[in-house]
Design a protein around this ligand. Structure first.
Ligand SMILES: NC(=O)c1ccc[n+]([C@@H]2O[C@H](COP(=O)([O-])OP(=O)(O)OC[C@H]3O[C@@H](n4cnc5c(N)ncnc54)[C@H](O)[C@@H]3O)[C@@H](O)[C@H]2O)c1
Length: 399
């Protein structure tokens, strides 16, 4: 095991700050098994954002370019947390410089670039992983355990939505999120998470149909300054065309069962509502990101007249929590930022060479990132063809 690992984060925006904080806490989440983690650099083309994040999260410096981070001898591990269209150039540059890379979802803005990135990753001696953060959400992992252990049994019907409202105001400023090809809007931004979680719970999707993509606000004002994440900033009176979807819906077939999906960035009142329900052989369960420290569980047992959903408060008996929170008692509350911490811990454990059986579950590979994008591409193809059914290659066919 190396004596220490030097860490950098490229992108000091909305999710970049979550990565920066997560590397800071990763060593503290469980008993100390990691080598010393050195918080070295936050890279951002905007020196104000980079400098502020470096000071706030205790990194030694800020670098204005990803190339400076690629060339730095004191950095081993890098998170890439910038616009999707920039992922390929930066990830490939970092891998060829010998860095371990954790790239944000979706892997890229085009399937061609995503496949090229996976080919580079598969030939690289260092690790390349994708940040599907919701696989670290204790409630979602617990529902998966209930399915797999047979308590719930196979999923017959999955219902999922990821509603957000960052674009519901027509005055929300133009940003990279509104540019790109078919399906690169809400479908790629939040649909990537929902599609990943659905397969995490229900197994591989075999086909999608009923694809529908819609742009409901056609143009947006240019911001006067820089825009971070979903922020609403001062805007000019110059407008640019929105190129991608505000709303997407589709249905899917799994090996067993079917699913319905709806994602949106114009769902006023729903800043971050990932809500899912699985209806299974022996009952059902549901999760709502607004109440992440609980799930609801319904089991087909006992008196029918008394049957119904009950609230299950998550605590040390559930995944990730025992020893994984500073105070790991039931009902202490936790949320999405904790999931970034578990993700950083898992990635650092793998980089440090800690065996899989002694580590948190590994992060997703770039091949899984490509598969996720192929799914979203199939939804866009379905939408382009009036909702036609589009088959998804099985894992065997993909290899
Ligand atoms: N896992 C999650 O829950 C989650 C949440 C939000 C965003 N994301 C993903 O994270 C990525 C970034 O999204 P965001 O919302 O944080 O973006 P953002 O717009 O808030 O921030 C992007 C940052 O990158 C900087 N930047 C732009 N070009 C750069 C370059 N060439 N080199 C270095 N820095 C550069 C910008 O100045 C800005 O500070 C996207 O891939 C997005 O899909 C994931």
């Amino acid at each position: 095991m190396p004596e220490s690992l030097g860490v950098a984060v490229i992108g000091a925006g909305m999710a970049g700050k979550a990565h920066a904080a997560a590397y800071r806490t990763a060593s503290t989440l469980y008993n100390p098994t990691l080598p010393k983690i050195r918080l070295v650099s936050i890279g951002d083309v905007n020196p104000e954002f980079g400098g502020l994040a470096a000071r706030r999260f205790g990194y030694e410096r800020t670098d204005p370019s990803w190339q400076a981070i690629a060339e730095a001898d004191d950095i081993d591990v890098v998170s890439v947390v910038i616009a999707n269209s920039l992922h390929r150039e930066v990830v490939e540059g970092l891998l060829s410089a010998g860095k371990h890379v954790l790239c944000e979802k979706p892997l890229s803005d085009t399937i061609e670039d995503a496949r090229a990135m996976a080919a580079t990753a598969n030939g690289a001696p260092t690790l390349a992983r994708v940040g599907f953060t919701f696989r670290r959400t204790p409630g979602i992992v617990y529902i998966r355990d209930l399915i797999r252990s047979g308590v719930l049994g196979d999923v017959l019907h999955f219902s999922g939505r990821y509603w957000t409202d960052y674009a519901s105001s027509p005055h929300a400023p133009m940003s990279w999120r509104y540019k790109g090809g078919l399906g690169s809007g809400a479908l790629a931004d939040v649909g990537s998470h929902l599609a990943y979680v659905s397969e995490f719970l229900c197994g591989d999707i075999t086909s999608v149909s009923g694809g529908r993509l819609s742009t409901v606000i056609q143009e947006r004002p240019l911001p006067i300054g820089a825009v971070l994440g979903h922020d609403h900033s001062a805007v000019s009176n110059v407008y640019e065309k929105v190129e991608n979807d505000d709303y997407a819906a589709f249905s899917a077939s799994f090996g067993t069962g079917v699913g319905g999906f709806e994602v949106s960035r114009v769902a006023a009142g729903h800043a971050n509502s990932l809500i899912l329900e699985v209806f299974c052989e022996n009952g059902a369960a549901r999760f709502n990101q607004r109440r992440p420290a609980e799930i609801e569980l319904f089991l087909n047992e006992g008196e029918g007249a008394q049957n119904g959903y009950r609230q299950v408060i998550l605590g040390p008996a559930h995944p990730y929590i025992a020893g994984g929170l500073a105070m790991d008692a039931p009902s202490v509350g936790f949320g999405q930022n904790d999931a970034f911490g578990y993700q950083a811990r898992a990635f650092l454990e793998e980089v440090a060479g800690i065996p899989e059986e002694e580590s948190l579950p590994r992060c997703a590979t770039f091949d899984e990132g490509v598969h996720n994008m192929e799914l979203l591409g199939a939804v866009a193809e379905s939408a382009e063809n009036g909702g036609a059914t589009v088959s998804i290659a099985s894992e065997g066919e993909r290899r």
